[in-house]
Design a protein around this ligand. Structure first.
Ligand code: NAD
Length: 431
């Protein structure tokens, strides 16, 4: 390996943020697993990166352009897989970090994919529907040469949804001249999507939590839980935990939190949340509930805390106040590195995001399988298969953590890196 290569692989003094943290964690795992420097270097560098410029004619008649990315981190274990997000804070480094985490997430749950991520630096809330469709079709056309059912399979992520994926699929089919449903997942049901995808991430959080609790010789029955964020992940995590016997005592969204010591009437709460787009919990007035702040939610006296809203919610500043015994990461990166250290010191188990919230990519994998075979499963089959994959993955990670005396997060990183490295070495190089 040349000196330049070594230099590029190391974090420079001023490199910060999610990509630097992700690389540091990969390096630490590389040391623990005594991996060759060259092998670690492969994990630190994405295989392919594409930067695109999306230009649209705005409703004001003027041209507007936006930078977008598709980063393909690893194809060692299969085609690249990962969502596409639209957000003003999207950067190439954030996209690299999220792509690497997708490689690890797919390996953690042992589905046959590598990892990728895409992003468009924009604020879609400022666009009309026509502008949104125009930018979406342009972005999809620009990345079309590097995606495909056996190459790279994108999906929705932050601020993207099944409608946006439907436009992307149509744009790519137009360019290639062939319909290609297996190129994207997270599609509408009417366009080869899978039933069960909406609830998949929350269901996966519930299964991983249930299996972890059972491996401690306990049961979810009668345990209490707080869920931060009542969107796609939080709502279905709450429903999934309640179905398995837990009592949901605290919930919150961006407008604040609600507490009910006897457990919520969840169906009523969910009906309220789904009553209209943007419905907020601050407008819920069930007699059983009292209003609290999000900070109070994080410090609630419950057995299980599910942060399912956004990143960096439990940090060095508030990890000391967490009273739950289990934190199940529904969101991506809700516990900061410092927060993680404090929770570990205090003996609080953290079921890491790359395991806990992987139900979404697992059902995306099922959607792809159904598309490739042209046969569709019903909801019971999707959920039963999700349970099987999540149960097996949770057992793998908990068993590794117990055998090696490490945290569940370190175990998930070690198991996934081991799987990627095994495949890398079996494939050989120079192909
Ligand atoms: P969403 O937009 O549907 O829901 C987010 C929820 O969080 C909303 O209820 C919002 O009001 C709430 N929220 C925002 N800021 C908050 C704050 N400061 N305090 C409390 N609540 C707040 O998003 P989602 O799809 O549920 O995603 C949530 C997280 O899960 C994100 O980190 C996302 O990357 C991650 N994730 C989502 C999926 C998926 O399948 N949707 C899969 C894996 C990971």
């Amino acid at each position: 390996m040349g000196a330049d290569n070594k230099l590029a692989a190391s974090t420079t003094a001023n490199e910060t943020g999610m990509w630097a943290e992700t690389k540091d964690r990969i390096r630490q795992i590389g040391k623990t697993l005594k991996l060759d420097e060259g092998v670690v270097d492969v994990l630190l560098k994405p295989e392919r990166e594409m930067t695109v410029r999306v230009t649209i004619t705005g409703d004001d008649g003027k041209l507007h352009s936006y930078e977008g990315y598709r980063v393909q981190h690893s194809s060692v274990r299969g085609p690249y897989k990962g969502g596409i997000r639209y957000h003003p804070s999207v950067t190439i480094d954030e996209t690299r970090a999220l792509a690497a985490l997708m490689s690890l997430k797919c390996a953690t749950v042992n589905i046959p994919y590598g990892g990728a991520k895409g992003g468009l630096q924009c604020d879609p809330s400022k666009w009309s529907k026509r502008e949104l469709q125009s930018a979406t079709r342009e972005y999809a056309t620009l990345i079309a040469p590097i995606i495909g059912p056996m190459r790279d399979i994108p999906a929705p992520d932050v601020n993207t949804n099944s409608q946006i994926i439907a436009w992307m699929g149509d744009a790519v089919s137009t360019v290639s001249g062939n319909p290609s449903p297996a190129t994207f997942t997270g599609k509408p049901i009417a366009l080869w999507g899978s039933v069960g995808r909406d609830a998949a991430t929350g269901n996966g959080v519930a299964v991983a939590t249930q299996r972890y609790v059972e491996m401690q010789g306990k049961s979810l029955q009668g345990m209490t839980a707080a869920v931060q964020g009542f969107g796609k992940v939080g709502l279905y995590s709450a429903l999934g935990l309640a179905e398995r016997g837990a009592k949901i005592m605290v919930v919150s969204d961006v407008s604040g939190g609600l507490i009910c010591k006897d457990g919520f009437d969840l169906q009523r709460l969910c009906d309220h949340a789904r009553s209209q787009p943007g419905a907020l919990l601050c407008d819920y007035h069930g007699s059983e509930a009292a209003h609290i702040s999000n900070e109070e939610l994080l410090a609630a006296d419950v057995d299980i805390l599910v942060p399912a809203a956004m990143e960096d919610q439990i940090t060095g500043a508030n990890a000391g106040q967490v009273r739950a015994k289990i934190v199940s990461e529904g969101a991506n990166g809700p516990v900061s590195t410092e927060g993680d250290r404090i929770l570990e010191q205090r003996g609080i188990a953290v079921i890491p995001d790359i395991l806990a919230n992987s139900g979404g990519v697992v059902v995306s994998y099922f959607e792809w399988v159904q598309n490739l075979q042209g046969m569709f499963w019903d909801g019971d089959e999707v959920n039963a298969r999700l349970d099987t994959v999540m149960t097996r993955a949770t057992k793998d990670i908990v068993t590794y953590a117990q055998a090696n005396g490490v945290s569940l997060r370190s175990a998930a990183f070690a198991v996934s890196v081991n799987r990627i490295v095994e495949a890398l070495l079996l494939r050989g190089t120079g192909h």
